[in-house]
Design a protein around this ligand. Structure first.
Ligand SMILES: [Zn+2]
Length: 234
């Protein structure tokens, strides 16, 4: 009987729909993978458990990200979106240490007649180009240029995990108007206008200013935390 009960429980588990966070992940990255029970399955047959392991995929996508205005200081210890699953991201964007990210980089127009390079995976080039069009006004120029960097093959300074910059899926705007917890070692401060944050969030980018480990010049593409998909109109 116990074996039967176990089999029944397994069947029920297999039939249960994935949690809403995993459904949001599917919607955010259409065509990248499907869900088969407790695993994501990629087109090449690779399987990844989404609920197990340290910094699991479920943990990555379950963060509660407070989009929209106002830009309040993050609550103590809150870092929504800062935990990431390196296996998932490397599978999607490539491993920069193996030269897999650079071939995806494309150049897009940036306000003030400039250009920046960002990955084309998940149409991030198009989403960032949409942000650039919305912010192409004289009052925003000094926040957006000089731009402090997009693709860099490096780890996050304090965690040692790959940065979203290592996947070509993040941008730092002007250092001169940014505040970073590791340099300041002081309470949260923000000098980036809400209009700029809102434009990025509309197109799938979360903002490092919403982390208690704040990095207010940093934006990275994480539509799963914004209830968006990469096919959304931009
Ligand atoms: Zn950054």
């Amino acid at each position: 009987m116990r074996v039967l009960a176990l089999a029944a429980a397994l069947l029920t588990a297999a039939a249960a729909p994935p949690p809403s966070a995993i459904q949001a992940l599917l919607a955010a990255y259409p065509g990248q993978f499907v869900v088969d029970g407790p695993e994501l399955v990629w087109p090449d047959g690779t399987r990844m458990a989404w609920s197990t392991g340290e910094r699991s995929i479920l943990e990555q996508v379950s963060a509660s990200y407070p989009r929209g205005m106002p830009l309040d200081p993050p609550s103590e210890g809150a870092d929504p979106g800062r935990a990431r699953n390196p296996a998932l991201l490397a599978k999607m964007y490539g491993d920069c240490r193996r030269g897999e990210v650079v071939p995806h980089l494309v150049s897009i127009p940036w306000p003030g007649g400039r250009s920046v390079r960002i990955t084309g995976v998940n149409h991030i080039d198009r989403h960032l180009a949409a942000v650039a069009r919305e912010l192409d006004a004289p009052e925003w120029r000094r926040f957006l240029w000089p731009m402090a960097g997009t693709y860099v093959c490096r780890a996050v300074a304090d965690t040692g995990e790959p940065s979203m910059h290592a996947y070509g899926a993040a941008i730092d705007i002007n250092l001169g108007s940014g505040d970073y917890w590791l340099w300041r070692r002081a309470p949260w401060r923000n000098r980036v206008p809400a209009e700029i944050v809102a434009a990025f969030e509309r197109h799938g980018f979360i903002w490092g200013g919403r982390w208690s480990h704040y990095d207010t010049m940093h934006f990275e593409y994480r539509p799963e935390l914004l209830g968006q998909g990469s096919e959304d109109a931009d």
